[in-house]
Design a protein around this ligand. Structure first.
Ligand SMILES: Cc1cc2nc3c(=O)[nH]c(=O)nc-3n(C[C@H](O)[C@H](O)[C@H](O)COP(=O)(O)OP(=O)(O)OC[C@H]3O[C@@H](n4cnc5c(N)ncnc54)[C@H](O)[C@@H]3O)c2cc1C
Length: 414
């Protein structure tokens, strides 16, 4: 068992950070990535500029491996786009000789279990290898599993009740996922159309500001809460100036009437009509040509349904982590340091890290994920002192400190 590799699911920023820490400690590992190159999910929102500068976006173990190979670190104060994060940091990291031989692209994990044991069987469980089945049918054995598969591919639905709105499935031709490249490759789908953006997070704000730049494109913005205050965020007081500026610009567009804001609007029904799709909250309705669903993401626990997980019933994070990240109490900057103790499950050796570890909480930051990766890898190496010495230096923000959220469609990162 101890000669088996540690399996990392996902070669996103946090999975690759885990790989860098594993390589740094000389532990055997394999990274299983569904995409055909590193950072497949990040590349889907490659046109979006991050709100946190490079200094918060680079893992320490990764930086060391890259520096040793002669990598030029980007300017700590600049804000990369998703594409730059992937091309200038994550792909060079994945291509290092210390990582590349252990990375498998096109390896989508279908299920994780214990070899020969279903969830019911207790005897010998901690000493039984994990069995990871890929969608190709291949089985991979591992001594531990670090699940950094993210949440990008399981977006929330439009329906305000957490299940699809009436008619949502049959109206799918009108509905697109969060963060379309409105000013780039998706321009023709939006220019000159009536567009509705649903959601109150960073993704919605980004899309709204891009749409506002398209001439002759009427834009409506629907949020469940009674006020857009949370989306506007800390504005000039935000410790991440890029995020603050985003909120200010959005407020100006709403106040000038360039964007029509519908507050207290929970989508209940979508109906195809003669000239588009009618979206209703039961009291009011709007007819549009395109809908952008920016309602956030949720973790997909189905691939690990044969493991013993004890999840917080609200967020879907571990029970120990949930109160530390609860968006009713916390936002990005107020999340306390956490690591192996908060991320452990009843299933020994399985850890979800990265944005997946936060479940439905929309407050994840890369810096948090990198510290999770460092702590988990140290624990898997038996270095409990390092594993428990968790530290975080997160930027505080006006959003985070001033006002707990009133509804779950608001947050800093989704
Ligand atoms: C638009 C946007 C802007 C953001 N801006 C910031 C910011 O400025 N600062 C910040 O700190 N955070 C930001 N975040 C939040 C967060 O840091 C990112 O979402 C980040 O990509 C999370 O990293 P991850 O490695 O946990 O997951 P992901 O980046 O989603 O990576 C998961 C990887 O797992 C792979 N995968 C998925 N399922 C499987 C499977 N079954 N088998 C194998 N592989 C699989 C995917 O292909 C992907 O490569 C932002 C998020 C978004 C969406």
């Amino acid at each position: 068992m101890s000669t088996l590799p540690i399996a990392v699911i996902g070669a996103g920023p946090v999975g690759l950070a885990a790989a860098a820490h594993l390589a740094g400690r000389g532990l055997p590992f394999v990274v299983l990535e569904a995409g055909d190159r590193a950072a497949a999910a990040v590349r889907e929102w490659g046109h979006v500029r991050l709100f946190s500068p490079w200094r918060y976006n680079i893992d320490t173990a990764a930086a060391k491996l890259l520096a040793d190979a002669g990598w030029q670190r980007p300017d700590d104060d600049l804000l990369p786009t998703g594409a730059q994060l992937a091309d200038d940091y994550l792909q060079p990291l994945a291509d290092l000789p210390a990582l590349r031989p252990h990375l498998r692209y096109g390896a989508r994990v279908a299920a994780v279990t214990r070899a020969g044991l279903d969830r019911l069987r207790t005897a010998g469980r901690p000493d039984t290898p994990f069995l990871i089945r890929l969608t190709t049918g291949e089985d991979v054995l591992a001594r531990a599993v670090i699940d950094a598969s993210g949440t990008w591919y399981t977006p929330n639905v439009l329906g305000a009740s957490g299940i699809p709105a009436h008619g949502e499935d049959s109206a799918e031709a009108y509905v697109g996922k969060a963060l379309p490249d409105v000013l780039g490759r998706d321009r023709d789908r939006f220019a000159g159309r009536r567009v509705l953006v649903v959601g109150a997070g960073h993704s919605a704000a980004n899309t709204l500001l891009s749409l506002a730049q398209l001439p002759g494109t009427p834009v409506t913005w629907a949020i469940r809460s009674g006020s857009p205050f949370r989306t506007y965020g800390g504005e000039a007081d935000d410790a991440l100036p890029a995020r603050g500026a985003l909120g200010s610009r959005l407020r100006e567009h709403v106040e000038s009437g360039a964007i029509t804001l519908l507050t207290g609007f929970g989508v209940q029904r979508l109906t195809e009509v003669e000239d588009g799709v009618e979206v209703s909250d039961g009291r009011r309705s709007v007819v549009v040509d395109r809908i952008v669903s920016a309602t956030g993401f949720r973790p997909d626990h189905r691939i690990v349904s044969e493991l013993r997980l004890d999840l917080d019933p609200i967020l879907g994070a571990t029970r120990a982590l949930a109160p530390l990240i609860d968006p009713n109490e916390h936002s990005c900057g107020t999340v306390p340091p956490h690591g192996v103790d908060e991320l452990s499950q009843p299933e020994p050796g399985y850890y979800a890290i990265g944005v997946k570890s936060y479940g439905r909480a929309p407050t994840f930051l890369l810096a948090t994920g990198y510290e999770q990766a460092r702590s988990i890898v140290a624990a898997l190496d038996g270095d409990w002192t390092a594993a428990r010495d968790v530290r975080l230096d997160l930027p505080e923000t006006g959003v985070c400190n001033s006002d707990p959220i009133l509804s779950t469609d608001a947050g800093c990162c989704s």
